[in-house]
Design a protein around this ligand. Sequence first.
Ligand SMILES: [Zn+2]
Length: 77
Amino acid sequence: MSSVMIRCPVTGRAVSTQIETEPYVLRALPRIAARMNCSACGQEHVWATDEAWLDEEPLPQATEDQEAADIAGSEAA
Ligand SMILES: [Zn+2]
């Protein structure tokens, strides 16, 4: 089981929805909205299944730059 992750629109951080599932379950879901209390900013967010990912999967495209920056930083250090 993996945690379903979304991106916090306030902080831009990946945060866990506290929901755990399997990849095939997440992909099989129709596009539905859910609410969560965000652990990053403390607000309530409405998120949709088509914008969520599992924490063991590669991050979505939008976060690739940040991930690359992190890798570059660790190599430099
Ligand atoms: Zn948030």
